[in-house]
Design a protein. Structure first.
Length: 258
């Protein structure tokens, strides 16, 4: 292995660790503070729609980021093709969630889920904007840039979430925390990655990347449904507060291993 690659790998590993521990540390403090202020019902309401957002996120990526990372001779046409595809899928999925929000609210008998679903679903659009940037930074083993964006977003969104919780926003504090985190992270990755899409699209590039990425997408969707199907059952059969207790307990239980 060339010395330069060894150095990049060690540096990338270090920054990946810094990102993981710092971001998770900030997130842990924010979770503790907000959980002391908000009610189980607040978290239960968000838990009602987690599976719909999670499936949409899996569809937005569609395995294209892994396909880009895997491809040795990737070109700007490949990058731009993936970018525009993700944007189109993100917009379509957001519109579906926007229109289906009344049905979700009716299913759980929680009218507030209509506006809540429409706001939190913005995360699908925001994530679709940076799939390519994250993939290209990973190819370069540039975890320093990703760490800067993630840590800044965690701190800013944490402050916003805690402030909203303290000032009585209730469940909207959770929504605000999530959306601000993604918005700041997305904006910083656009600025720091120095990559912007070209005005080009290739169906041959799409077919090549989709051939590999679609298999990962199917696997990811199946796993997402398996991991989150409990939330639908608990949210429908039991009280919203019970789902809130479950989502908080599950998140805290997963925290050490993550």
């Amino acid at each position: 292995m060339p010395e330069s690659l060894k150095h990049k790998t060690l540096k990338g590993t270090l920054w990946s660790s810094v990102e993981r521990f710092s971001v998770q540390g900030v997130a842990f403090v924010v979770m503790i503070v907000m959980a002391r202020i908000l009610t189980p019902e607040d978290y239960g309401l968000v838990g009602d729609i987690i599976i719909f957002i999670a499936i949409s996120q899996s569809l937005v990526d569609s395995g294209f980021s892994q396909a880009l990372i895997r491809k040795q001779d990737r070109s700007e046409i490949d990058n731009s093709t993936v970018f525009y595809f993700n944007i189109i899928v993100g917009v379509i999925l957001y519109l579906i969630l926007f229109l289906c929000a009344p049905l979700i609210a009716q299913f759980y008998d929680e009218p507030i889920l209509i506006p809540l679903t429409r706001v939190i679903s913005l995360s699908v659009l925001l994530n679709s904007l940076v799939v390519v940037q994250r993939a290209l930074l990973t190819v370069k083993i540039d975890f320093k840039t990703q760490a800067k964006a993630s840590l800044t977003a965690a701190i800013v969104s944490g402050i916003v979430g805690i402030y909203m919780a303290y000032t009585g926003w209730g469940v909207w504090a959770i929504a605000g925390h999530q959306i601000v985190n993604l918005a700041v992270n997305t904006g910083l990755l656009w600025v720091l990655s120095h990559w912007h899409p070209a005005l080009s699209y290739s169906w041959s590039s799409f077919r090549e990347l989709f051939g590999f990425g679609s298999k990962l997408a199917i696997s990811g969707i199946i796993d997402t449904i398996y991991q989150n199907v409990y939330l639908i059952v608990i949210g429908k059969v039991f009280r919203t507060a019970d789902l809130g207790y479950y989502t908080r307990a599950h998140q805290f239980a997963q925290f050490p291993s993550s």
